[in-house]
Write a protein that binds this ligand. Structure first.
Ligand code: BGC
Length: 581
């Protein structure tokens, strides 16, 4: 991964370099148009008075370009309360959904997945008949068109409600955590790797194909099946990384993804909705599913956009088109209502959002995203700090409140006016900021400690000299990076704290989200089919950019593509582990 990008730091004055319904739509069809459609009505979750449902409609006929209208009748007293991916209306039992604009075109075989939360009492029966632009959806094309919905041949498929839940406050308490067998096998094959091969690491769904499985890992259902097996009837957390936004990784190149900046529709219907449908399967209701939501995306919209000196054109595009915010909102809206799914939004790390002018706006943007696309802040269980980054968990030999000869360490080059010097204090500080921004007072934090150990021979054993703030901070800090904004395959890093539940106040768990041994990005250009680019922050000879204030990248040499196995880094992480192995 890439990550981290430091944002504009402190007050501009002191920071030199960073200055930094009703009516069926017109058919317009001719006799040869052979319209047809298929509808899959899935109740994604249900409780005694309410429920959530996804209605996936597939156009089997000629392409629809001028918008669509989907209709059905509820068999009972159900009422739509809030919908997404379409404009919902209801009169009596009849529901009419018009396209949302961006999903108004449906090619042959194209799908749309409007969803909604509704109320009911008594029995929550499923609608029997659906029409798309007036044509009854029978699952096949019809030789002639009709504008009259008939009441025959229900073709809906449904799933039974997921009985998991209610959600617990901290899903990690009293639970085991899933060991990904695909990662575990690679770790175990390394000399000395058996020492950590049984640690739980996250499963990255980093492209659409990861849902069904790729050459580098099994698919989502296979992981969930294995998780049910590992749980052996006891509570078990499985950690998934949702990571496939359109225009992914807008401030860097190493983890650019498969979806173009404008492909929000594909993100929703080909990525999020199918994942949500799998997670809602009652087979998996006993698992506690932790979703880490879209690393780097929202932080990028705070720090790496115009007029910041760290802006990139790609991040400006994602801010302008709103697709990160809408995508995150959609993911939250889909996953949050599933009773056994816990969403944690990525908050970068202290060396990115820890400055006063970044923290508040970030929390506000996350609250905005959590209220977009039909979501509410109730769909957010917490936040994750340091995902795939290297920020030290606790700096033992200095704090942000220290001063040397009356001068605050915040004026040092390393701290550079940041409000935090480590990830624990940052995560706890962000938590308060999030609550102020409107999130629940119960939100919990995760910290990725997979690679922030900073042990080994170079680790200081006490505070630095009290001569100048720079000498003091540089002598004290265990984070030995060249610059806080460095993020790719950092030389000198070690494994951090082993995964652990409820380690500190406000912290739900230390977790290993970035699987140790998987590269952050290639040191040179490598052609590939994953959409990944070459980011020079992964090239040890690179002298930097505005986001690391033009310092050397600090990256290890000869790294493979992001996500690919990097044996030399795995060995270095074990060597510099802190606590030591
Ligand atoms: C890559 C992903 C990979 C993940 C975990 C990211 O940097 O872009 O493809 O799954 O790291 O290693």
């Amino acid at each position: 991964m890439r990550f981290r990008r430091k944002g504009v730091s402190a007050p501009l004055a002191v920071t030199a370099v960073l200055a930094m319904v009703g009516v069926p739509a017109v058919l317009g069809s001719s006799a040869e148009a052979a319209p047809g459609c298929k509808v899959d009505y899935t109740i994604t979750n249900q409780w005694d008075t309410g429920f959530g449902a996804t209605v996936t409609v597939t156009n089997l006929g000629e392409p629809i370009t001028g918008g669509w209208t989907l209709e059905w009748d509820f068999p009972g007293n159900q009422r739509v309360q809030q919908g997404w991916n379409g404009n919902f209306g209801q009169q009596g039992t009849r529901v009419t959904v018009r396209d949302a604009g961006w999903n108004g075109s449906l090619g042959t075989g194209g799908t749309a997945s409007p969803g909604f939360n509704g109320s009911y009492s008594g029995t929550n029966g499923k609608p029997a008949v659906f029409t798309l632009n007036g044509t009854t959806c029978t699952g096949s094309t019809t030789p002639t068109t009709t504008t009259t919905p008939t009441t025959s041949s229900p073709t809906t498929t449904t799933s039974t409600p997921n009985p998991g839940g209610p959600k617990v406050d901290n899903p990690y308490v009293g639970a085991g955590v899933y060991v990904n067998p695909d990662w575990s096998a690679k770790a175990a094959a390394e000399p000395g790797g058996a020492r950590i091969a049984n640690q739980p690491t996250a499963v990255w769904l980093d492209r659409i194909a990861a849902i069904t499985g790729t050459t580098s890992g099994r698919g989502l259902r296979a992981h969930l099946d294995e998780a049910v097996r590992q749980s052996a009837g006891k509570p078990l957390v499985i950690q998934l990384v949702i990571y496939n936004l359109p225009g992914r990784d807008c401030s860097a190149l190493a983890s650019n993804g498969e979806l173009k900046a404008n492909e929000l529709g594909r993100y929703q219907t080909e990525y999020i909705d199918p994942i949500a449908a799998i997670l809602a399967d009652p087979k998996y209701s006993t698992l506690r599913i932790v979703n880490v939501i879209e690393l780097d995306s929202l932080p990028n919209l705070v720090t790496n956009v115009t007029p910041r000196p760290t802006a990139t054109p790609e991040c400006d595009v994602m801010k302008a088109n709103g697709n990160y915010v809408k995508g995150v909102g959609h993911a939250l809206a889909k996953f949050g209502p599933i009773p056994n799914v816990y969403n944690y939004i990525d908050i970068g790390h202290h060396g990115w959002l820890g400055w006063d002018d970044n923290l508040g706006p970030s929390a506000a943007l996350m609250a905005e995203a959590a209220r977009t696309s039909g979501s509410t802040t109730a769909n957010v269980h917490g936040f994750i700090a340091n995902a795939a980054n290297y920020g030290a968990l606790k700096e033992p030999y200095f704090t942000v409140n220290d001063s040397v000869g009356g001068t605050s360490v915040r004026t040092s080059k390393w701290v550079d006016w940041n409000r935090y010097v480590d990830e624990l204090s940052y995560a706890q500080g962000f938590r308060q900021e999030a609550i102020r921004a409107g999130f629940s007072a119960d939100v919990g934090m995760l910290i990725d400690t997979s690679r922030n150990g900073w042990g080994g021979a170079a680790r200081p054993t006490g505070p630095g000299p009290s001569t100048t703030v720079d000498a003091y901070v540089n002598g004290s800090r265990t984070d030995r990076r060249i610059h806080l904004g460095n993020w790719c395959n950092q030389a000198g890093a070690g494994l951090g704290e082993r995964p652990k539940a409820a380690p500190e106040p406000g912290i739900d768990a230390y977790v290993w989200v970035k699987p140790p041994g998987e590269s952050d990005g290639a040191s040179k250009e490598i052609p590939n089919t994953e959409g990944k680019g070459f980011d020079r922050m992964c090239d040890p000879t690179y002298t930097g950019n505005p986001r690391n204030q033009y310092n050397l990248s600090g990256a290890l040499p000869d790294a493979p593509l992001s996500g690919h196995w990097f044996s030399a880094q795995f060995q270095e992480l074990m060597k510099n582990a802190y606590p030591a192995l």
